[in-house]
Write a protein that binds this ligand. Structure first.
Ligand code: PTJ
Length: 252
């Protein structure tokens, strides 16, 4: 798969992810805009030294606890997420008993089916939101993301949204859902509107969340509640931004 990327290249991992995305584009999983979106993510990742911060880890703990306490958690999957972490999406869904729903901004039936196939190849049996299954609508949302599965996002109490544009999070919050976002940009509308924002790269956050979910499987409900609700997302975002600013200042 790797085209001329030496293992010891200082940016090997980052270049490998780019290759995955380019292949995903060629296979019809992601759109041109997804490549651009990834570039924006990379720029923010650079500002946190491409590492998971303490703050992001705290947010992940709250997020995983929320998913484990939820009655009907759903992981929403778009092109980029499917392309770079389908395996972890399936694992996290399995441990947290979450449903997996395909929800695309640039929705085409061909892309939905390609993403469903990829998720199935990674071990899931049920994929929600594909084709005519997305027959319900999120009110007040004009984009294609409004179309959701009546047995998935529509009835979910907690929705994990790894990496997307900001139109939907606000609409989901308005209809009473808790939204967990993974977004490298702490200033994005999704990041600002979510109930819990994990400011990290999905390629690092998703495997870590799988690990946490395994660890939390035997925790008492009261402990999970403490982790889930004892978390302030406004402070989280402030600290995440401060981290970026401090990092920039220390290079003066
Ligand atoms: O697959 P579709 O049709 O649903 O389209 C998906 C894209 C990504 C094209 C669409 O959601 C979009 O245009 O997104 P935006 O508005 O560019 O927002 C993407 C956000 O994700 C930005 O805030 C980026 O900083 C962030 N981001 C990009 N790559 C990553 C990321 N965050 C975490 N991990 C990444 N790898």
């Amino acid at each position: 798969m790797l085209r001329n990327i030496p293992e010891n290249h200082p940016r090997a991992r980052s270049l490998q992810i780019r290759e995955l995305l380019v292949d995903g584009f060629k296979n019809g999983i992601i759109v041109e805009e997804g490549l651009i979106a990834h570039g924006r993510g990379e720029a923010f990742d650079y500002l946190i030294s491409e590492k998971t911060t303490e703050q992001a880890l705290r947010a992940m703990k709250s997020a995983v606890a929320l998913m484990m306490l939820a009655k009907g958690p759903v992981i929403s999957v778009n092109g980029n997420t499917a392309c770079i972490c389908a395996k972890e999406v399936v694992k996290l869904a399995e441990i947290t008993r979450a449903r997996i729903e395909v929800n695309l901004f640039y929705r085409t039936y061909e892309r939905e089916v390609a993403i469903e196939k990829l998720l199935r190849e990674n071990g899931t049996k049920n994929v929600y939101g594909v084709g005519s299954r997305a027959s319900a609508e999120i009110p007040e949302l004009m984009s294609n993301r409004r179309r959701v599965d009546p047995d998935g996002i529509y009835i979910a109490d907690v929705v994990l949204v790894p990496l997307e544009d900001g139109d939907r999070t606000e609409a989901l919050i308005k209809i009473g859902k808790k939204v967990i976002a993974i977004d490298l940009n702490p200033l994005s509308r999704t990041a600002q509107k979510a109930s819990v924002t994990i400011v990290d790269n999905v390629v690092r956050a998703m495997p870590k969340m799988v690990e946490l979910a395994k660890q939390f499987a035997n925790l008492r409900k009261s402990k999970l509640q403490k982790l889930a609700y004892g978390f302030d997302n406004t402070k989280n975002l402030e600290k995440s931004l401060q981290y970026i600013l401090q990092g920039m200042k220390s290079r003066d």
